[in-house]
Design a protein around this ligand. Structure first.
Ligand SMILES: Cc1cc2nc3c(=O)[nH]c(=O)nc-3n(C[C@H](O)[C@H](O)[C@H](O)COP(=O)(O)OP(=O)(O)OC[C@H]3O[C@@H](n4cnc5c(N)ncnc54)[C@H](O)[C@@H]3O)c2cc1C
Length: 530
């Protein structure tokens, strides 16, 4: 059963070792004990629906509660404190294109707004109804999850767009193939959601981002369907796939997508390297990316993230032993951890590992084998569950991410962290803020910054603290010329910063397409653009 007010399945818990709790307390103070609103009370608070019954439409209050919020920090505050300001009036479960067309007709007749909903894993407010006058209907695509066509000759697979990560991979793996798209939210997020938010998987360095994988598909818009055939390449004018990528439910409902798949790799492994400091690690990673090294992942943590990763692992003995060993070779407090992946046939993975290690050594790297990499692989989809545990122990956690050219990486990463620290200091609180380079390219990288601090018993105070940190970090990113999002999208939370990136004419272009495809403004109000 899925958690209604946190991450993932209720049966799964990430246990925080006692030593990790002590570590956090020493860094930011003891988390207060704050009780959550119960599910029963939250359901009772759902107001009556403003919709009349319709085919495959649920008006059940529990269903409406489950679809009211996503996974952003304001979402968690709203859910845990029982302060949800708007609910969908109903949840529709289409099973065909015709159902989606019927929903558009219904929405037009009854002035209802429609919110396409994949896995609801958005961390920026993409799927939240807003307290507006019109009734709102969430369009949950989870019943559209079949593999429709598998073109093995062309390595193309066509899925219904509501398929979630594990279901999609299972159907491909049974045939000996993989999409290789593994965002950390893979367990619950969907193909349609990945496309609509321009998602990036942990191994996108090897498999490509979703825009590389999305070859074409079928989208229902309020003015009619759009069919994009899968083409290996085309010079026939602007590429319309790029209008759907990042469209955040504003242009239509993607019902089917054809994706480029690969044979399952013969071999895969994850290796760890320590550097004396983050700057030398970043130089090594840049050289690897610019040399086009065939690795599948390059994830470089800064010193504090390295410390936190080791402290939260709960492997105190192993960590203590490693610490003493590393210090002997002068890998001290500033040390930075790189985890790199190798994926492919054995000859390629051996080559990639050898080359990556050689470049790492040139920059002072110390390769420590695969133990840390295996721990990372084992917990790659479990680590989001840590947020539940931390929250329950009185800690809030959020992330901010961007991408910039290499020449700006180090200064911007530092400026983001400093701005977050300063913002929370004005509340007389301490924050643990750390970062890693999560995706690397020849011309730049994405900086993924995590910040963790004590929740306040007053939800408004937690929100004010979050807003102060998020806002200043976003302004630092914009001032540095970075993107407001490398992978999470815009939604509600990043919308104020979008014009600085796209420009006024750019925003007008995005809006003009919306006016063309959705003249009655049925779809996902307020997301991406006002
Ligand atoms: C713990 C955690 C880890 C995460 N890790 C990553 C990561 O590694 N990489 C990454 O890129 N993101 C990550 N995310 C963010 C999130 O998972 C992605 O944005 C994901 O792509 C959203 O997919 P979804 O199916 O849940 O979409 P939803 O959250 O349901 O919707 C997101 C947006 O897409 C629209 N949409 C969804 N389906 C369709 C459709 N079929 N047609 C039209 N519009 C549609 C919605 O209207 C909405 O605007 C993470 C989130 C969490 C909570």
């Amino acid at each position: 059963m899925r958690r209604w007010n946190g991450w993932g399945d209720e049966a799964t818990t990430y246990h925080l070792p006692e030593s990790a709790g002590d570590f956090l307390e020493s860094k930011v103070g003891k988390g207060p004990s704050i009780s959550d609103v119960t599910f029963e009370r939250a359901v009772v608070a759902v107001p009556p629906a403003r919709l009349t019954p319709f085919t495959r439409l649920s008006l059940d209050p529990a269903d409406r509660l489950y679809h009211a919020r996503g996974q952003s920090l304001p979402d968690w505050v709203a859910l845990r404190h029982g302060r949800i300001d708007a609910y969908p009036d109903g949840v529709a479960y289409p099973t065909s294109d015709e159902d989606v067309r019927d929903l558009f007709a219904y929405a037009k007749r009854s002035s209802t707004r429609l919110i396409p909903f994949g896995g609801g894993t958005s961390v920026v407010g993409h799927i939240n109804p807003r307290p507006i006058d019109s009734p709102t209907l969430t369009v949950d695509l989870s019943l559209l999850r079949r593999l429709i066509e598998f073109d093995e000759t062309s390595h193309l697979a066509t899925f219904e767009a509501g398929v979630c990560g594990p279901d999609l991979e299972r159907q491909l793996n049974e045939r000996g193939y993989t999409l290789g798209h593994f965002p950390q939210s893979w367990e619950l997020s969907t193909l349609g959601g990945w496309i609509a938010t321009r998602s990036s998987g942990q191994q996108s360095y090897h498999y490509g981002r979703i825009e590389d994988l999305f070859a074409g598909g079928h989208t229902e818009t309020p003015v009619g369907p759009i069919d994009l055939p899968p083409l290996p390449a085309s010079a026939a004018g602007p590429d319309l796939r790029h209008l759907l990528l990042g469209s955040e439910g504003r242009y239509g409902v993607i019902t089917r997508a054809t994706v480029r798949v690969q044979r399952m790799p013969e071999d895969e492994d994850f290796h760890a390297v320590f550097f004396h400091d983050w700057a030398s690690g970043a130089n090594a990673v840049r050289e690897m990316a610019q040399n086009g090294l065939p690795v599948s992942m390059l994830r470089l943590s800064n010193a504090l993230e390295t410390e936190v990763t080791l402290a939260l692992s709960g492997k105190d003995q192993l960590v203590g032993l490693a610490d003493r060993g590393l210090r002997l070779f002068k890998y001290d407090e500033d040390r930075a951890l790189l985890i790199f992946g190798v994926t492919g046939d054995k000859a390629l993975t051996h080559f990639a590992q050898h080359e990556a290690t050689t470049i790492a050594r040139k920059h002072g790297g110390f390769a420590v084998g695969t133990t840390i990499g295996h721990l990372w692989r084992k917990s790659r989809f479990l680590s989001p569950y840590l947020r539940n545990t931390l929250w329950e122990q009185g800690y809030a956690l959020d992330t901010v991410e961007t991408a910039l050219p290499w020449s700006k990486i180090e200064s911007t990463a530092l400026a983001i962290q400093t701005s977050i620290r300063d913002a929370l200091q004005s509340f007389d609180e301490r924050v643990l803020v750390f970062a890693h380079l999560s995706h690397d390219y020849a011309d730049g990288a994405s900086i993924y910054t995590t910040y963790l601090w004590r929740r306040s018993p007053d939800p408004d105070q937690t929100l004010a603290q979050w807003h102060a940190m998020k806002d200043i970090a976003s302004r630092v990113i914009i001032a540095a010329g970075g993107t407001i999002s490398h992978q999470h999208g815009v939604g509600l939370d990043h919308r104020p910063y979008l014009e600085a990136e796209k420009g006024t004419i750019g925003l007008q272009m995005i809006e003009a397409v919306r006016n063309q495809l959705d003249p009655d403004r049925i779809l996902n109000p307020g997301k991406l653009i006002e």
